[in-house]
Design a protein around this ligand. Structure first.
Ligand SMILES: C[S@@+](CC[C@H](N)C(=O)[O-])C[C@H]1O[C@@H](n2cnc3c(N)ncnc32)[C@H](O)[C@@H]1O
Length: 264
């Protein structure tokens, strides 16, 4: 692991000393029976891909496969989505067209976006899929606290094993900058397969053009694949998979939201 990132040298000490509410993190850590909950959530047929298990995302040893990653994720994320996490996540919700009945949030993490989807579409079936049972355990805890019924699944975004043409909306937030390009393309193939004709995908992530130009942005956190992501072009990846009505908007300069539709 590189010890040379801006994250390791400056931001990690800053976060751990001043910005993070340590009491709140400890409370969350204690509130969940991690062993029991992750055992319930784990799908034993899943083997973790090398690109995922070999990296210490955000400088946390063990990457996402730890309770430490889960309990620190929300407290950190609120600071890294300027101007605010609520505004940026709302911008994705604002771009959804219609009232999708079946929704999947791929790489749902601790479920912040998934919960917002269920609140916006209370009559819809909402599923959150993630490779980390620890992130899912926290997502499930948050959903229970808010009395929201969401189907949490331990799964791989690029091979969900769910039925063809079965979903009206797929959302993907903050996942692609953490994947090698060839895996992003496999995820898009999978999304295309899952969507009903006319179904839509919404993708929120770092602004590829801006991060590519300002390479220091790519060095801020321990994000092993972000440079590769920023050098690519999501619109052209979507075209190559067969999507139509593709539109990417810059959101507060450093984010982008893309909407695309599977042709009917
Ligand atoms: C940066 S977090 C984003 C979480 C959430 N979407 C959000 O908006 O806060 C990335 C998440 O993607 C998950 N992930 C990474 N690769 C994945 C894959 N191939 N399939 C499913 N989940 C994956 C990680 O476990 C992690 O929870």
């Amino acid at each position: 692991m590189s010890k040379d990132t801006i994250w390791d040298r400056f931001l990690k000490p800053l976060f751990s000393t001043f910005l993070l509410n340590k009491e709140q993190i400890e409370q969350t850590q204690k509130a969940i029976d991690w062993e029991g909950e992750t055992q319930k959530l784990k799908d034993p047929s899943i083997s973790y891909p090398q690109y995922y298990k070999s990296q210490n995302f955000h400088g946390i040893a063990g990457g996402y496969l730890t309770s430490a990653a889960a309990v620190t994720y929300d407290p950190i994320t609120q600071f890294v989505l300027p101007p605010s996490e609520t505004i940026v996540r709302q911008a994705l919700l604002d771009k959804i067209v219609g009232y999708p009945k079946k929704i999947i949030d791929l790489g749902c993490g601790t479920g912040s976006g998934t919960l917002a989807l269920k609140k916006l579409f209370p009559d819809s079936q909402v599923m959150g899929i993630d490779l980390s049972p620890y992130m899912l355990a926290l997502a499930r805890y948050k959903a229970k606290e808010q009395h929201l019924i969401i189907d949490w699944r331990h799964g791989i975004a690029e091979s969900t094993t769910l039925a063809n043409n079965s979903v009206n909306l797929v959302t993907i937030s903050l996942l692609f900058h953490e994947l090698p390009t060839k895996i992003i393309k496999s995820v898009l193939d999978e999304v295309f397969r899952l969507l009903t004709p006319g179904g839509q995908v919404l993708i929120l992530d770092g602004n590829q053009k801006v991060i590519n130009r300002a390479s220091w942005l790519a060095n801020i956190f321990e994000e092993p694949y972000i440079k590769e992501y920023a050098q690519g072009n999501l619109d052209s990846w979507l075209v190559s998979v067969g999507f139509g009505e593709i539109k990417t908007d810059d959101i507060w300069l450093i984010h982008q939201i893309t909407r695309a539709v599977k042709p009917g």
